[in-house]
Design a protein around this ligand. Structure first.
Ligand code: ADP
Length: 489
């Protein structure tokens, strides 16, 4: 019996999950690594730590199940997206730390893009709204600020990669410099309509094409690695949110998922045509498989599970996240209290970076449970706003929402989400959908699994949440939220 290994390189930890042919987890290992904050708003990782933690969890996951590399059919990789690494092609040494997606150091570059009237050009080509989040300005920053970087790049001695690409390069001993189309679509340099690096943008950003990786499909040949003892093929790669979309089997147009982690990420498959958002969502590549590219609309809530951490770490109202469920259920409602955790501004569809959080409706009777319940509800309300924007863009109602991520374990939250959305919320029994998506992409490429149909039969939705409140109750909840939002938007 053989297995598929998924390398899940996340923002705070590297994980390895090994799946059997039935899509069941047979082994898992995880290791956190350092977060580096050189200045306020700056976030970096050490690329060597990313790589070494990833290889060590892979070896550990094998050891835990008493297996060797020979038992692994293939490897799939999924990764924190947009994070940018530049390294020397000859020595393999990174010339700077990885600049993490969260890092805001390139805000000035974005102001310049706006002043140059380049925003629309960028959106029309890449599907993205210019922001420091994406890789392009992070590459520029390294080229502009690391001594000798630009000369090196011009000589063809420098390589750029998102984290998937860097891992592939290291794992293949420098033989393969490639990324997949989902990761490429997050760089702000990739033309998602033509499926190629965009020469006009490269010229505008002054980034030499020679540093960029080859772009492959998500289910494709990314070479072999021998670092675990014997050769294993790497044949599946996707950014974490896209991998989760695939892991949730959202293969058809109109199917979508919402991930409840630190933030929320909503992605809906829009089929083989990119749709331009009129509501502040971004257009991105969902997957490349079997010679075909599919697209997605994506929206994110900045503060979701992070608001639960705030209840724990700043307010001290809870000692662990999972307690929130019981506390929320100890009261019938929030007693008119609304928490809007806009700690870092409001995202889609409001887009106000200057907004800050508020709590409204506090009375003498307001207690801890009301605040906790309302904070949980805010994850659902923010997702509701995002889903409404998504529905307006795709022109149809989303009647089924597939969910995953750490906070989706909260059954109160999932029921409340179904209630405010008036949609069925489906939670899979295995919420490791990101790792699963990468495993599926790899396993399909090498024939471990035969078809997407076969994969669908492996996913079990053990929990379905059906809307239980009346239309009147729903309207009044949504109105309370809208009123609170109107105070800050
Ligand atoms: P990430 O991948 O962004 O680190 P995870 O998917 O691991 O996030 O989810 C962790 C987040 O979910 C944390 O912010 C935590 O506060 C929140 N969380 C975890 N369990 C629960 C729960 N039972 N109820 C509410 N929030 C939770």
């Amino acid at each position: 019996m053989k297995y598929v290994m998924s390398l899940d390189q996340g923002t705070t930890s590297s994980r390895c999950i090994i799946f059997d042919i039935n899509g069941k987890i047979v082994s898992c290992a995880q290791k956190e690594f350092r977060q580096i904050y050189p200045k306020s708003g700056w976030v970096e990782h050490n690329p060597d730590e990313i790589y070494s933690s990833q290889v060590s969890v892979a070896a550990e996951a094998l050891a835990l199940m008493g297996a060797t590399a020979q038992d692994i059919e293939c490897i799939g990789i999924t990764n924190q997206r947009e994070t940018t690494i530049l390294w020397d092609k000859n020595t393999g040494e990174p010339i700077y730390n990885a600049i993490v997606w969260q890092c805001r150091r390139t805000s000035d570059y974005i102001e310049k893009i706006k002043a140059d009237n380049m925003s629309n050009v960028i959106t029309d080509k890449t599907g993205l709204v210019p922001d420091p989040y994406f890789s392009a300005t992070k590459i520029m920053w390294i080229l502009d600020n690391v001594e000798g970087a630009r000369e090196k790049a011009q000589r063809g001695d420098l390589l750029f990669g998102t984290v998937d690409c860097y891992l592939i390069w290291k794992l293949t001993g420098g033989k393969v410099h490639a990324t997949d189309c989902t990761n490429a679509s997050r760089t702000m340099l990739y033309n998602i309509y033509k499926n190629e690096w965009d020469s006009e943008l490269l010229e505008y950003f002054n980034i030499p094409k020679a540093i960029l990786p080859q772009v492959k499909l998500s289910s494709d040949d990314f070479g072999t690695t021998g670092v675990l003892g014997s050769d294993i093929k790497i044949c599946g790669v996707a950014g974490d949110q896209q991998a989760a979309l695939f892991g949730q089997c959202c293969f058809e147009k109109g199917e979508g998922k919402n991930t409840y982690g630190t933030g929320c990420f909503l992605l809906t498959n829009t089929g083989n045509k990119p749709i331009k958002s009129k509501n502040g969502l971004v257009t991105t590549i969902a997957c490349g498989i079997d010679g075909e590219i599919t697209y997605a609309l994506e929206g994110s809530v900045f503060v979701a599970g992070a608001a639960i951490q705030w209840l724990r770490d700043e307010l001290g109202l809870i000692s662990k996240a999972s307690e929130t469920e019981e506390i929320a259920l100890s009261v019938a409602d929030t007693n008119g209290v609304t928490v809007v955790p806009a700690f870092t501004g409001l995202g889609a569809p409001y887009w106000n970076p200057y907004a800050r959080g508020i709590i409204t409706g506090i009375s003498r009777g307001t207690g801890k449970a009301h605040i906790v319940r309302s904070t949980l509800e805010s994850l659902a309300f923010q997702s509701y706003d995002l889903i409404t924007a998504m529905e307006n863009d795709i022109g149809e109602k989303i009647s089924v929402l597939k969910v995953d991520g750490g906070a989706s374990a909260n059954t109160f939250l999932m029921q409340f989400q179904a209630d405010v959305l008036n949609a069925v919320v489906k939670r899979p029994s295995c919420i490791e959908t990101t790792a699963m998506g990468a495993a599926f992409l790899a396993g399909l490429y090498c024939g471990f699994w035969k078809s997407r149909q076969e994969i669908k039969s492996l996913i079990n939705y053990s929990n379905e949440f059906i809307p239980q409140i009346s239309g009147e109750q729903r309207s009044s909840l949504i109105q309370r939220w809208a009123e609170a939002i109107s105070l800050i938007k």
